[in-house]
Design a protein around this ligand. Structure first.
Ligand SMILES: [Zn+2]
Length: 120
């Protein structure tokens, strides 16, 4: 067994999960009628926050986020489950270690780079 530092990857996964949850929540609220905004009207800080959130939303929408975010969230949940059961960081196809460098870039990766390429 290779001993990768799963604690670090767990933190990365949890941070990314929180970020994506916010993005998904925001998309859901964006689709609802924003009565709340009108009732709060005139609070400078809140509208500034909303502008920042909108900028993030617009940027990520370009990448087709809404579906992608949910898919990635599922992958993150699965990866956190693999950390719990001790199979994290092992390629599901060949059983070799995925490699810390690849996991740093994509903490929820389930295939080593060779098998990932073979799928394409
Ligand atoms: Zn592999």
């Amino acid at each position: 067994m290779t001993s990768i530092e799963t604690g670090e990857f767990k933190k990365l996964l949890e941070a990314e999960r929180a970020r994506l949850h916010d993005a998904v929540d925001f998309l859901a609220k964006e689709n609802a009628v924003s009565v709340e905004d009108e009732e709060l009207g005139g609070r400078g800080v809140d509208s500034h926050m909303a502008d920042m959130a909108t900028a993030t939303y617009d940027r990520e929408l370009d990448e087709g986020l809404e579906e992608g975010a949910q898919t990635t969230l599922d992958e993150i949940e699965a990866a956190l489950g693999r950390i719990e059961d001790g199979s994290y960081g092992v390629c599901e196809v060949c059983g070799k270690p995925i490699g810390a460098e690849r996991l740093s870039a994509i903490p929820w990766a389930r295939l080593c780079i060779d098998d990932q390429r073979r799928l394409r």
